[in-house]
Design a protein around this ligand. Structure first.
Ligand code: FAD
Length: 547
């Protein structure tokens, strides 16, 4: 780690944020001989051991040394509650603390982006990038992998679930009996069905873009990574971005790093919007309120915030059933640790949910609009990821493509003051309807005859909830973030007043500034958002390198 940042040296590119997207982008840009890249990351290096052990996920969420401990604003959709919407603040970003579930989404998601006028962002355009990211391991000829669609040699390992519980199999059987197809590969372009999630876990360890892209690129040189350094503003000459001001941990004075070609923001959906606003790019009224000099009046900066809102049901399992709740304690846990150390299937290398179900909430629909999940473990009511003291299982649901839209607004020019984050969950009536349909379906599966040998009673929501209105009320009081925030710097054409970047990810109204992270997505994919973010970064790198 350098003792100071040389303000004298200018880099070709400055990448703000060494998260999911920033780590890919910096690595790709540095592939061109002679190109210099400086990466500024607010968080520390990824030395925390729980980053690398998949089961560490639950603990990391409350670990302020590697996270932004953001909270949403109260809203009607959350019955006035605030929700902790933690984001990664460490090398690897949210990808270093996420659930490691690997979902591409539906071709129609990306075709919709293209239909909005974003040239080159349709599914067929993006397929080479989906393939370039991944190293699909397993799923050979009889495992349903279409070699023309999947990638076998990319940096990010994608593996199949290797830890199978009998109650998980019973849940899948129940879904099949209810008419769901068992899908051999939901990442093939045809998502509908039920089965086990694919994961970004390899030989028991989490993969991140920092480990898979950035670190190997740094060993080749040409990248200067500065951790524990928060970008406080983009600097401009007129409307051309010239660099970033940064504040390093424990240092009072800001320093300026200069970019000869471009500044690229990869700070994530919340921080990118806030950084644009405090740098003077955003709705003029908001900029004036926080005291920012207006560089470009772009009303869309911070608008269009989208997230998946999820809720869960819990069933108490019969006393003889050994669920994750029991395996994660005492001598059984010791056994699991030994298995993990020996690289055998273990609960230490699990994703938070193991089973997916992609489903249409109504038969008239063309495509699934719901993601439902199942895991043979359960958490205490009102507490995030604290296991129950009795055997239990959890089912959950969220709507793939919510229509509710929220916003991120800086409260202050000081990056240490958290911004307003208002996702407006369940504000749209269709979102409420689809949420309830998803919960009702999962509930029906949990109570199906095939599961009766394993499960004895519903504990959450339990017998207080019968009607759709009661289920909606339950979701409002108990639902939570999917941690899939996107959209606050959305892509769109110059004549779209609410667009923030164009389809080459250049920020409208200014020069030498791009955004390349989850914030540019105009709509939320029908997926957990890590894969789509990696694809945005891969495509951005080709556009910047004019390839
Ligand atoms: C808890 C959690 C669980 C999730 N689970 C899954 C999952 O299982 N599967 C899935 O597909 N998706 C999942 N996601 C979503 C997925 O991880 C994100 O969509 C994706 O990582 C976003 O990537 P990004 O590059 O936009 O932002 P990030 O990866 O968050 O990177 C942004 C980086 O920029 C840094 N930064 C921010 N502001 C500044 C600043 N001013 N100066 C310097 N650096 C800055 C941050 O510290 C961070 O490292 C999850 C997310 C979370 C938070």
């Amino acid at each position: 780690m350098p003792a100071g940042i040389s303000v004298a040296q200018a880099f070709d590119y400055i990448v703000v944020g060494a998260g999911t997207a920033g780590s890919i982008l910096a690595a790709r840009l540095a592939e061109d001989t002679g190109t210099t890249v400086c990466v500024v990351e607010a968080g520390p290096a990824d030395r925390h051991p729980l980053i690398h052990v998949p089961a560490g996920f639950t603990r990391l969420l409350s670990e302020p040394s590697v996270t932004w401990q953001f909270r949403t604003e109260p809203s009607e959709g959350t019955a006035g509650r605030q929700i902790a919407t933690v984001q990664g603040r460490v090398l690897g970003g949210s990808g270093a603390i996420n659930g490691m579930i690997y979902v591409r989404g539906q071709p129609a998601d990306y075709d919709h982006w293209a239909q909005l006028g974003n040239r080159g962002w349709g599914y067929e355009d993006l397929l080479p990038y989906f393939r370039r990211v991944e190293r699909r391991i397993g799923g050979g000829s009889d495992g349903g992998t279409d070699e023309a669609v999947r990638g076998r040699s990319g940096p990010i390992p994608v593996t199949d679930m290797d830890w199978i519980h009998p109650v998980s199999e019973a849940f899948i059987d129940a879904a099949v009996k209810a008419g769901m197809p068992r899908n051999p590969d939901y990442n093939s372009g045809d998502q509908e069905g039920v089965g086990y999630f694919q994961r970004t876990i390899d030989r028991g360890l989490r993969s991140t873009t920092a480990k898979a892209y950035l670190k190997p690129a740094m060993r080749r040189g040409a990248i200067r990574l500065v951790t524990r350094a928060t970008a406080t503003a983009v600097t401009f000459e007129g409307t051309r971005a010239t660099g970033v001001r940064v504040l390093r941990d424990g240092v009072q004075a800001e320093e300026t790093i200069k970019a000869k070609r471009e500044v690229i923001l990869c700070a994530g959906t919340v921080n990118t919007a806030r950084l644009l606003q405090i740098s003077g790019i955003g709705p003029a009224g908001l900029l004036r309120d926080i005291g920012a000099d207006v560089v470009a009046d772009r009303p869309g900066v911070g608008a269009n915030l989208i997230d998946h809102y999820s809720a869960r049901l819990v069933m108490r399992a019969r006393p003889h059933v050994v669920t994750l709740n029991e395996l994660a304690r005492g001598p059984r846990l010791a056994g699991q640790i030994l298995r993990w150390a020996a690289k055998r299937p273990s609960i230490l290398a699990l994703t938070p949910s193991q089973i997916y179900l992609f489903r249409k909430s109504s038969p008239e629909l063309d495509l699934p609009d719901l993601q439902c999940v199942f895991t043979p473990g359960s958490y205490k009511e009102g507490q995030h990821y604290v296991l129950d003291s009795y055997p239990g299982v959890t089912g959950g649901a969220w709507q793939h493509r919510p229509l509710s839209r929220g916003h991120v607004h800086a409260r202050s020019l000081d990056v240490r003051v958290d911004p307003v984050i208002q996702p407006n969950y369940l504000a749209h009536p269709i979102d409420r309807q689809v949420m309830v349909a998803g919960m009702n379906f999962v509930r029906s599966l949990l109570h199906s005859p095939g599961l009766a040998a394993y499960l004895e009673a519903e504990t959450i929501p339990g017998d207080k909830v019968h009607t759709d209105d009661e289920m909606l009320d339950f979701c409002r009081r108990n639902g939570s973030t999917g941690y899939h925030l996107v959209g606050t710097a959305r892509m769109g054409s110059p004549d779209d007043a609410m667009a923030v970047v164009d389809d080459r990810l250049k920020v409208h109204g200014v020069g030498a500034l791009r955004v390349a992270d989850a914030s540019v997505m105009p709509g939320i994919p029908s997926a957990n958002t890590h894969t789509a973010t990696m694809v945005v970064a891969e495509k951005a790198s080709d556009m910047i390198r004019e390839r």
